[in-house]
Design a protein. Structure first.
Length: 469
């Protein structure tokens, strides 16, 4: 698997099973990790690691390769395949050998191939004529075995009338051989085929009755007809039936003819049926190549709907085929997507649990004045048994008369300007008492002497006007 491909094929709304499930994701990740580990194996059993087809052209620069040290005396047997150091060492070893008497392969050579070519090329080079500066003639020892080809020998003319001889030039020897062939065949020319061969003649001579028992055309036809009707024991099949009968047989290296029909299921016995052609009709076998291409499609070739596979169609009536439905958090709501575990958690934030009493701890913060709607606290919601302090009323009207058990409204209980002439009058009469010891002033009802205005501290101001309206 030189280039791992993604096989995970899940679509939005598709069930997470098979190639759309977590096992297929694990399969793809294992292949990806194997591509990074040369000691690992891909899922198909091939060796892992990064191969040449996974590398960009030009990615292996000189810097990546690093320096190498060549060895002009390398003893490894030369080959077309080897490490970079081996290949370079073999090359410099042969460069040194070509240069001849040099210490190092990079030393200057005594001459160059260009100079040598001037002496050995076919046009201006020496021709071994034996003349001065033209090299000596080449003897037998200077010709390699097989060097004298037909082209070097050239054409010769055969003379079939030449008397055969054991020694002579090649033309005379070949002419003698042609003379003997003409004599043996009895033809006018040695090149004409004979009427028969020595092998056929010898077999005919050795036959016990070469001229008796010859087959007639009708007899030969009868044997052919009998052979055609035979259904077993022919063509090396043995006792089994030939192809096309109701019996079975073992076929080895046999080719079924066009139109052959099997009479029963073909059991491959765990073997593969190879070299299948591309399917054309609906009844043709499907090749693995075609199946892999179909499995790898992501365009829903079967037009499968979400309803058919029981997939989620929408969230609260909102759908987005092939896309995403976003959840937007409102006040005091937190949405936490968890893609790894395939879940979305929706929780409250800043709110105490149901049934809380706002005690100030984990039961909710205490409610301040801004947290109560006007008119929300009615008289029936106030429980005197639960009130441990005073009830302070600011800028509120009472639905009934406020009763003071002690009968006193002190200065500290009245707001500035709260005592109007109507508030301090009772039938137009009141009594003023001044306490010399404390300096306090009281305004009393004349009927029972109960004070309705009382200063708890010394009255140092000036009462300039009291009017009853």
């Amino acid at each position: 698997m030189a280039k791992p491909k993604r096989t995970f094929s899940a679509d939005v709304g598709q069930r997470s099973i098979g190639t759309a499930g977590p096992d297929q994701i694990e399969y793809d990740l294992d292949n990806l990790f194997s591509a990074l580990d040369p000691n690992a194996l891909f899922k198909d059993g091939t060796a892992g690691g990064i191969n040449t087809e996974n590398m960009r052209a030009g990615a292996v620069t000189d810097t990546i390769l690093g320096n190498r040290t060549v060895d002009q005396a390398i003893v490894d047997v030369e080959s077309n395949t080897g490490t970079l150091t081996q290949l370079l060492s073999w090359i410099v070893k042969h460069i040194k050998a070509v240069k001849g008497n040099v210490v190092n392969w990079y030393d200057a050579a005594a001459t160059s191939l260009s100079v040598l070519w001037d002496k050995f090329n076919g046009t201006t080079g020496h021709k071994h004529t034996g003349a001065v500066n033209d090299a000596p003639q080449i003897g037998m020892d200077g010709i390699a075995d097989g060097a004298v080809t037909d082209a070097k020998i050239g054409n010769r003319i055969i003379n079939q009338s030449q008397t055969p001889q054991d020694t002579g030039q090649i033309t005379a020897l070949l002419s003698g051989l042609a003379n003997r062939i003409k004599t043996i065949t009895g033809k006018v020319d040695w090149k004409i085929d004979p009427a028969t061969t020595l092998e056929v003649t010898k077999a005919h001579m050795d036959a016990p009755a070469p001229h008796s028992g010859h087959e007639t055309p009708s007899g030969a036809q009868a044997k052919v007809d009998a052979h055609s009707a035979t259904t077993s024991g022919v063509h090396g099949v043995g006792s089994g039936a030939v192809v096309g009968t109701a019996l079975t047989q073992t076929l080895t290296n046999k080719t079924l003819g066009s139109g052959t029909v099997l009479g029963a299921d073909l059991d491959a016995g765990g073997k593969r049926v190879v070299n299948l052609g591309a399917p054309v009709a609906s009844g043709d076998a499907v090749r693995k190549t075609d199946l892999d291409a179909h499995v790898g499609r992501t365009d829903n070739p079967h037009a499968t709907t979400a309803a058919q596979v029981g997939a989620l169609v929408s969230i609260d009536g909102v759908s987005s085929p092939g896309g995403n439905v976003d959840l937007v958090a409102g006040d005091y709501v937190v949405i936490a997507p968890d893609a790894a575990n395939r879940k979305v958690t929706i929780a409250t934030s800043g709110l105490a649990p149901l049934g809380h009493r706002h005690t100030g701890g984990s039961d909710g913060e205490k409610i301040g004045t801004t947290g109560i709607q006007p008119g929300a606290i009615t008289a029936d919601l106030l429980d005197p048994a639960l009130m441990t302090g005073n009830l302070q009323l600011n800028e509120h009207r009472l639905m009934s008369v406020l009763d003071h058990p002690d009968g006193a409204v002190t200065e500290g209980k009245l707001a500035d300007g709260a005592v109007t002439p109507r508030k301090i009058s009772l039938g137009g009469q009141f009594e003023v008492y001044y306490d010399v010891a404390s300096g306090a002033v009281e305004f009393r009802r004349p009927v029972d002497g109960i004070p309705f205005i009382h200063t708890e501290t010394a009255f140092l101001g000036m009462l300039t006007h009291i009017e009853y309206v």
